[in-house]
Design a binder for this molecule. Structure first.
Ligand SMILES: Cc1cc2nc3c(=O)[nH]c(=O)nc-3n(C[C@H](O)[C@H](O)[C@H](O)COP(=O)(O)OP(=O)(O)OC[C@H]3O[C@@H](n4cnc5c(N)ncnc54)[C@H](O)[C@@H]3O)c2cc1C
Length: 377
């Protein structure tokens, strides 16, 4: 493992810092958390600014080390994160880059990088979450199209997405993992109904998506027909292995703010609380080291991240919940103020051990694929 930065990487950091100091003061104020059209405009505007300055491909085109530098510097400077661009930039785009044909890469990647198009993820169904391969949404060939019928659930950003990375069953007569295909579906195609779902925090971040004979061109299939499970594993390895990385830096910043708040409001005198803050600081420090280790190993090996992403996802999602529980202790009654963004962050922190595969599923992956333990009964 080599964690030292080269001169070129340090020059990248310095140039980025300079650029951020110029553009950030001109950035419009962040829209309210639940105004999704406004948030789409804000998030895509930021991605466009990054693209125009030569940083558009930093999440998957640049070297992973530059990405870490980018995340450190943008977070330190208080720059926006990917927001509604999460799926496109952090797992649909990287999947198409890794598995798509040259024509598919040409069609879909530049608009993601320019901030022109937003993607959502149509994987989960009412009876297919952890057991994703049980999905029932059918796609039947009709000439040069698939006719897709079924429903998806928990589709984040579906309301404002242009495209959906969609899993469909293209062969119902083979074992369940073998009959799945990975499609790119235009969200304005006839037959799609999006019904927002309200979260605990009142947000309509995700939705149910109903598909009634939606026509998707066969050319929008990424990978071979019925080979979608393999492509899905690529998507999930990006989602678990690299997509949440940037948020660790944000959590470290939140932790620093909490320590300052505790000093100011007297909670710092509580030695139990101080110990919790210290332990969390060590935990996020260790997570950042784990990320650096993964990046260093990944740069040597190339290719998509492996099942090691599950170790990160498991610990990160747990640590994030502990961080926000501790925040509630530091803030006391102020922790109930739902108009504050961090209160919403606390409520949503609960979802991190569920989204992108629950903690129990990550534990199964670690046990079976990393530790080589036998499958449970
Ligand atoms: C904030 C958020 C955003 C999301 N965004 C999207 C999205 O954009 N697109 C999308 O497709 N999905 C999305 N999801 C859905 C998410 O991927 C699923 O909720 C998740 O995979 C769990 O599936 P499930 O809800 O069906 O739970 P279930 O699979 O029903 O699991 C219920 C419980 O049983 C446990 N369990 C199930 N099977 C096993 C097993 N074999 N071993 C041990 N324990 C097991 C689970 O760990 C869990 O505790 C999102 C979810 C959240 C919370």
């Amino acid at each position: 493992m080599d964690l030292a930065y080269t001169d070129e990487e340090e020059a990248f950091r310095a140039a980025l810092r300079d650029w951020l100091s110029v553009v950030l003061p001109k950035l419009p104020p962040k829209p309210p958390p639940d105004d999704w059209p406004a948030r789409r405009a804000y998030d895509t505007g930021w991605q466009r600014a990054l693209h125009d300055a030569g940083y558009g491909d930093v999440h998957w085109g640049a070297s992973p080390t530059k990405r870490l530098i980018f995340l450190e510097e943008t977070e330190k400077a208080g720059a926006p994160y990917v927001g509604a661009g999460f799926v496109g930039l952090l797992h649909a785009g990287p999947t198409i880059a890794a598995e798509g044909t040259p024509a598919q890469r040409e069609r879909w990647l530049p608009p993601i990088l320019r901030g022109d198009e937003i993607w959502c993820q149509g994987f989960s169904e009412p009876d297919a979450g952890s057991d994703l391969a049980s999905l029932r949404t059918r796609a039947v060939r009709d000439g040069d199209c698939y006719v897709v019928t079924g429903s998806k659930i928990w589709t984040s950003h579906a309301e404002v997405a242009d495209w959906c990375e969609l899993l469909v069953r293209t062969d119902p007569d083979v074992p369940k993992h073998r009959g799945i295909s990975w499609l790119a579906m235009a969200m304005d195609a006839p037959g799609i109904t999006v019904r927002p779902l309200r979260t605990l925090a009142g947000s309509t971040e995700f939705a149910e998506v109903f598909l009634d004979e939606v026509r998707v061109p066969v050319g929008n299939r990424v990978g071979e027909e019925n080979d979608g499970w393999r492509v899905t594993m690529v998507t999930l390895s990006f989602e678990r292995g690299t997509a949440f990385v940037g948020e660790v830096v944000a959590c470290r910043r939140t932790l620093g703010e909490l320590a300052r708040t505790a000093r100011a409001n007297g909670r710092w005198d509580d030695s139990v609380l101080r110990r919790r803050l210290g332990r969390l600081s060590a935990e996020f420090g260790a997570l950042w080291r784990l990320i650096q280790w993964n990046v260093s190993e990944g740069e040597r090996g190339g290719g998509p991240p492996g099942p090691g992403g599950s170790v990160f996802k498991l610990r990160y999602s747990q640590a994030r919940q502990e961080l926000y529980d501790t925040a509630a202790e530091v803030l006391g009654p102020d922790a109930l103020d739902v108009s504050r963004e961090w209160t919403l962050d606390r409520l949503s922190s609960l979802s991190y051990t569920i989204a992108a595969g629950t903690s129990q599923i990550q534990q199964n992956i670690v046990a079976e694929r990393i530790l080589g333990l036998p499958k449970g009964g």
